[in-house]
Design a binder for this molecule. Structure first.
Ligand code: SF4
Ligand code: SF4
Length: 548
């Protein structure tokens, strides 16, 4: 969740492996400085081995060694510029093609309409993911203690986490329809049938709880290596499951997913990029409809799990394309239209400060996600520790600085942008409006970071699928060259940056009468974007560690 929130990370162990085995230059430079973290790391590994002994429910011995990565780690990042231009042209071509067919209703295609109305949809997506996540959770708790030997960890963090943001761009929040957590909540509600609705507190402060959970979980990962420690990953999953169960017992529909799930917060924001929009075909038909079966349900399907009434539904933040409303609508009055990618970011009816804040918060979290895989993370820790601060407080300090600095700079750029507006309102209003513009660069950096894991550790994924049955990972290594990976990463960053600039321009243009005045209020945000791009490009140019 870069995306579920968090993969957000990388482990101290992984960083050390990169330093010790892959980047002799950095290693030699930092050898003496590294003594404390190395010591802590050794202690951490020893502690993990001890925990492993206590924890190993299988016949794995505590002497088990982590699989060694064999993928290439360049000390310098090289880029194939020709391929990069080609990739950018192909993606730009896809975006242009989508623009050219915007407005088209996919339900006009018989096959898509049949699938949407079929009783097997969305179960056909839910059953395989439910089974796969069953295996993943089993291995989190009963598999190897080492990431690189654990099929559950590899499938969750090396495969699922990089792919899930791509699904948000393509299909909006569709992942949530297949997510195993709410399926358990839905099952419980079949027996308990709760009718309590989300109240003012959840509606107003739910997103801030999501923000808080996101921060806590990503920080927890930085401190304790949650992603790289299978049983800690499993623990977070179980805590989420308990949350889903508790809320599903008391509240109707998917209240947890809509108001409390931190991944739901990320997917809600990212799904605003999607080129699909589920909406009413003809508002006048909805206006004269008395049954509102989209909201209340019918014998054909359950009511909308996200409590949408189609004619008043705003955007795709809270729509999983589950198609229940399509099955329920007695007037066949629902369309799934093609829209321009990211158009919801500048055309949404209601600007929400909390949604916008989440988008800006992600800028810092994505930066932490990257830094955590680099030697620079230890260098910064060492610098802080020289002032007598121990390792964990140093990590906490670094973490909150990485979040706070972009937010502070964004507040400053919003202040100046607001001052330059023809009709100034407030810094907060400007901050909220332009926050949505940072979603493309968030997603791009998230994908770029995780592409590295997906491709450079790609053979492990095949190994992990086989390992689901054998319990062992027999393949490791990269599925493509480091040059290809870097080229793809930079292509995504360039596209994300252009996307952010374009969305910011559209937001500015909606506020101002002329192009010139729009550029004026855009300027402070554009300057900040340039800084963010430079930071990200620099971080992606450094050798990165593998997970595990
Ligand atoms: S989408 Fe269908 S069920 Fe919902 S209000 Fe419109 S016509 Fe009625
Ligand atoms: S609006 Fe329709 S497709 Fe979207 S979540 Fe509700 S029922 Fe599912």
């Amino acid at each position: 969740m870069s995306t579920m929130a968090h993969d957000m990370s990388s482990t101290d162990h992984a960083v050390m492996m990169a330093q010790e085995t892959n980047n002799p230059e950095t290693n030699s430079n930092t050898e003496s400085d590294m003594s404390s973290p190395t010591h802590d790391h050794a202690a951490m590994l020893a502690k993990q081995n001890n925990l492993n002994t206590a924890h190993d429910h299988n016949d794995h011995s505590h002497t088990e060694e982590p699989t060694t990565h064999t993928a290439e780690h360049p000390s310098k990042v090289s880029i194939d510029w020709l391929s990069m231009i080609l990739i950018i042209f192909v993606i730009a071509g896809i975006i242009y093609f989508i623009r050219s067919i915007q407005g088209k209703d996919l339900l006009e295609y018989t096959i898509i309409k049949r699938i949407a109305k079929s009783k097997v949809y969305p179960g056909i997506l839910q059953v395989p993911t439910f089974i796969l996540f069953g295996f993943i959770i089993y291995y989190f708790f009963f598999g190897s203690f080492f990431y690189a030997n654990n099929p559950g960890s590899i499938l969750a963090w090396t495969l699922w986490w990089p792919l899930v943001p791509l699904t948000f761009i393509l299909f909006g929040r569709m992942w949530c329809v297949a997510c195993p957590l709410p399926i358990i909540g839905d099952f419980i509600q079949k027996f308990t049938n709760p009718t309590r609705k989300a109240g003012h507190f959840l509606k107003t402060y739910g997103i801030w709880i999501m923000d808080g959970m996101f921060i806590v979980i990503t920080l927890f990962d930085r401190l304790y290596g949650m992603v790289d420690t299978p049983w800690l990953s499993g623990l977070i999953f179980v805590l989420l499951l308990l949350g889903v169960i508790a809320i599903s017992l008391r509240y109707e529909r998917r209240t947890f997913c809509k108001h409390l799930c931190f991944l739901g917060g990320v997917s809600g924001n990212y799904s605003m990029l999607s080129s699909l929009s589920l909406e009413s075909k003809d508002k006048s038909v909805c206006n004269s409809c008395n049954v509102k079966a989209c909201y209340f349900g019918s014998g054909k399907a359950p009511p909308c799990p996200y409590s949408n009434v189609i004619p008043t539904k705003e955007g795709m933040r809270n729509c999983t394309l589950c198609a229940d409303c399509i099955k329920n609508c007695p007037n066949d009055n629902i369309a799934i239209r093609i829209r321009s990618i990211a158009s919801e970011l500048w055309s949404h009816v209601r600007v929400s400060f909390s949604e916008s804040f989440f988008a800006k918060l992600m800028v810092g979290i994505v930066i932490i996600q990257n830094i955590g895989m680099l030697a620079i993370w230890f260098d910064l820790q060492n610098k802080i520790m020289k002032y007598g601060i121990s390792q964990k407080p140093a990590i906490i300090l670094l973490y909150f600085s990485a979040i706070a600095i972009p937010l502070l700079l964004m507040t400053i750029s919003s202040y100046f942008s607001n001052r330059l507006q023809t009709t100034p309102l407030s810094t907060k209003t400007n901050f909220a409006a332009f926050g949505y513009a940072f979603i493309p660069i968030d997603v791009a950096c998230h994908i770029a970071h995780n592409l590295y894991h997906l491709l450079s550790e790609g053979k492990q994924i095949f190994g992990a699928f086989i390992g689901l049955f054998s319990g062992k990972i027999i393949y490791t290594g990269s599925i493509t060259s480091s040059t290809t990976i870097s080229t793809l990463q930079y292509a995504f960053i360039i596209l994300g940056s252009l996307g952010t600039l374009y969305v910011a321009y559209r937001i500015a243009r909606a506020k101002e009468q002329t192009t010139l005045s729009a550029w004026k209020i855009l300027l402070p945000h554009a300057l900040l974007l340039i800084i963010i791009i430079i930071v990200n490009i620099y971080l992606f140019s450094l050798p990165m560690a593998h997970r595990g």
